[in-house]
Design a protein around this ligand. Structure first.
Ligand SMILES: [Zn+2]
Length: 434
């Protein structure tokens, strides 16, 4: 096929049209930019910098961000609110506010997994401000006050969970207007970096540490983990089977998922690079699920205890935990644990160290950074230091004891139905997020 040759004149004309089109586009974009930055500046110019609030704590735990702070407000101001605002749009953020005379203190949630849901913020640039009412010439007007950073922490970058193959990037940064400090949220669509994930799954134990070994024939395994006649099952292998199935279920829902080990025989450090307790934070995952199978200390398959236990960090609401319990019971064809110790609600458990606030399980405590009082297992020299123990941007962690493998009936259900357990966890998360 021969292409009709265009005359020189036509080609030239087309080129000129193209250039003009690009120029017009450029002018439009540039004037939009000027308009927005002018609006932004006009908004910032009109803030009240005579007094500012103080942020004394902030963190991102999972998909939620929390702030604690304090401020003073003169008598002529009333009804303060916490807002994300930019002059065009404004969102009021819930807080628990207390005051004594003119001194106010607040927290955005009593729960570490409550507060600002970062998944729900709309694109744009916003400032975190106090908005208060006052009177001018008998009319009600509003004034906005900025915050200063009274913490040791700096800027944070959050990537939203993958939804329909796309993500948003939220830059939460301490900047300045003239000499005044203020906190901004800049939210825009962005490609998820290769090393950032939505969810991390830690199949408990590893190729070096099998956890409990049980025998299908109720016999007691020997020192080598072999059974007299029945088949032997290692907890670490069962954990891996469900974890891999969970990864597949979550990927079907569109999430990007990281396993802390890729096979039954892989070994994983605890606090080292891409370790069981560090991978979730290295990959900026929003959730970390540590999957285990339980056992009692009764030899053989004699345990009468059975059922699901979902371990949750302190100061948490149970919104996701309850869904995990419901859905794993439904799809795993199982029931909640018969164990009473550490139980706070049907199927939901909280176990603390002696201090009463620090989660006992390091997979909850260390993964959550400052939100869960991580402190590194410093008393054990064998462990590397957890690089995230002092982090204020961490994953929301759950440890699931899916069932008792030294209960013969429960072991059979776990062997028959690992995909059901996985589907239960995935659908719980799906329900929670949608
Ligand atoms: Zn275990």
């Amino acid at each position: 096929m021969s292409r009709k040759k265009l005359s020189k004149k036509t080609r030239k004309r087309r080129l000129i049209v193209k250039i003009i089109f690009v120029l017009i586009l450029f002018v439009i974009c540039f004037s939009m930019f000027l308009l927005f930055s002018k609006k932004d500046r006009a908004f910032l110019e009109n803030l009240n910098y005579d007094q500012s609030g103080e942020i004394t704590y902030y963190d991102i735990y999972g998909i939620h961000m929390n702030f604690n702070g304090k401020f003073e407000l003169d008598d002529n101001f009333n009804n303060p609110k916490l807002v994300l605002a930019n002059g065009n749009k404004e969102e009021v953020i819930d807080w628990n506010l207390e005051h004594q005379d003119n001194n106010y203190s607040f927290e955005t949630s009593e729960y570490i997994n409550g507060g600002i849901n970062l998944e729900k913020l709309e694109n744009g640039k916003y400032y975190l401000l106090i908005k208060a009412e006052t009177k001018k010439d008998d009319a009600t007007v509003y004034e906005y006050f900025p915050f200063t950073n009274q913490t040791e922490y700096d800027d944070l970058t959050y990537y939203t969970l993958t939804k329909n193959n796309s993500n948003k990037k939220i830059d939460i940064s301490w900047g300045h207007y003239l000499t005044y400090e203020l906190l901004s949220f800049n939210i825009e669509n962005a490609k998820l970096p290769d090393d950032v994930y939505d969810i991390t799954i830690d199949p408990g134990h590893d190729g070096n540490d099998s956890g409990k070994i049980v025998c299908s024939d109720v016999s007691v395994p020997d020192d080598m983990g072999e059974c007299m006649s029945g088949t032997s099952y290692k907890e670490s292998d069962l954990n891996f089977t469900v974890s891999k199935a969970l990864k597949e279920e979550l990927e079907k829902l569109g999430y990007k998922v990281k396993l802390t080990r890729d096979s039954k025989t892989d070994t994983v450090p605890t606090y080292g690079e891409m370790g069981s307790a560090t991978t979730a934070n290295t990959t900026k995952s929003k959730f970390n699920f540590a999957l285990h199978h339980n056992s009692t200390n009764i030899p053989g398959g004699m345990s009468s205890t059975y059922g699901l236990e979902v371990y949750v960090a302190g100061d948490s609401n149970f919104d996701l935990a309850k869904l995990l319990v419901q859905n794993v019971c439904k799809y795993g064809n199982t029931s909640t644990s018969t164990k009473d110790e550490f139980k706070v609600k049907d199927g939901i458990y909280q176990r603390f160290s002696d201090d009463g606030i620090t989660p006992y399980y390091y997979m909850i405590r260390e993964v959550g950074g400052i939100a869960t009082h991580a402190y590194v297992d410093g008393n054990n020299e064998e462990y590397d230091a957890n690089p995230y123990y002092n982090s204020n941007h961490t994953a929301e962690g759950y440890l699931l004891e899916l069932g008792y493998i030294d209960n013969v009936r429960e072991l059979q259900n776990i062997l028959d139905n690992p995909k059901g357990y996985a589907r239960g966890i995935a659908s719980a998360l799906d329900d929670y997020l949608n």
